[in-house]
Design a protein around this ligand. Sequence first.
Ligand code: FCB
Length: 444
Amino acid sequence: MQVQDFGDSFYWGVSSAAYQTEGAYIKDGKGLSIWDKFVSEKGKIYQNQHANTACDFYHRYAEDIGILKQLGIDNFRFSISWPRIFPEGSGTVNQKGLDFYKRVIDSCLENDITPWITLYHWDLPLALSHKGGWTNRDIIGWFSDFVDTCSRAYGDQVNHWMVLNEPLVFTGAGYFLGIHAPGMQGLLPFLSTVHHAAMCQAAGGRVLRSNLPKAEIGTTFSCTMVEPMSNHHKDLSATRRVDALLNRLFIEPALGLGYPVDYFHSLHRIEKYMRPDDEIALQFEFDFIGLQNYTREIIRHSFFTPYIHARQVDAEKRRVPTTLMRWEVYPESIYHILKLFHQRYNLDKIIITENGAAFKDFWRNGKIEDPQRKHYLKQYIAQCLRAKQEGVPLAGYFVWTLTDNFEWAEGYQPTFGLVHVDHSTQKRTIKSSGRWYSKFVSGL
Ligand code: FCB
């Protein structure tokens, strides 16, 4: 496999997110986010770690963008922290926050790196959470104002935009399971949040389109290959429900197909939050769809699991290779996901906006060796090529992530970076996987 096999216009990049890297959590007028609060609650995060400093990207962005330049990586996906722009969530703009992303964008462009902006990567302003956050329908207005401000501020320099990062994860983990900020639990907060996030996904797209008619507008979805544990009809229908939740829930309303209630009946309760014209308002024609895939899950029927009556069979029990996240290493998963989305929805353009792996890194003679990460990336990229060669309109691939960073509830333990970060000194060291990716994308 060579980079040329993907064609000249293919986008190769890396992805990151504001909360996981920036730090400077109360600097220059930034307001608190739900994550700043969540990490301060005992027992929520591995070893009570937090991202108050994280990778200090706020002060070291130029160094990190310099590393991208050195590695020959031409595309950089990062997110904008909403409470850095609107400390209270809405109303008064924090000019210093706007200036920061302007510096990041300028630095990208000076280094011939294309900036790709994600507007929401999970760090909701805490002030809005006090008003109900994603459970409050007013969020459609608050979010639209935020998108409007960002697109006016950066639209003449940035052409690639993504509205939301993985809405299923921030609604599911944050409002149903309670393991992510803001730590709410239950079907009703979850369903209201799903509906408002899906409304914002389309509303954000429309604001971008009207402010920036020439921009390339996308949004991203987490997606997981799911397979039944057996051919028993109960495992098959459990798998259909999980697939509806993991792979259909947010894309189908955007495409005008409505919520996938036929596949997962409990979802019909979402109708309670819908108003007469919402089915239309949920729709938006994205220029590209960002898919984020890491693994596959094997699903079995489970009588005792509420609502979904399904559960996954842990990878460890199946004795398959896993990453530090306990996710199965299964390269064909990305191929299946690409084929599935292509066949189901006939999309015009797909970009893998995240893929990567957490593995232990080893120091040898002052260098970092991480052969497992390199092997993982190589195999997953090969499966992307396989899908592309079979006609999937795949236009880009972004590794998660550039620097080892704050992995949400798991803290700093699972390292995903192409670049190691010593969090006590902030020293960056390029790993062997980073050197490999650099050579690969440079065609060497
Ligand atoms: C994705 C998130 C990203 C990162 C990776 C490992 O679900 O979008 O922030 O945590 O997983």
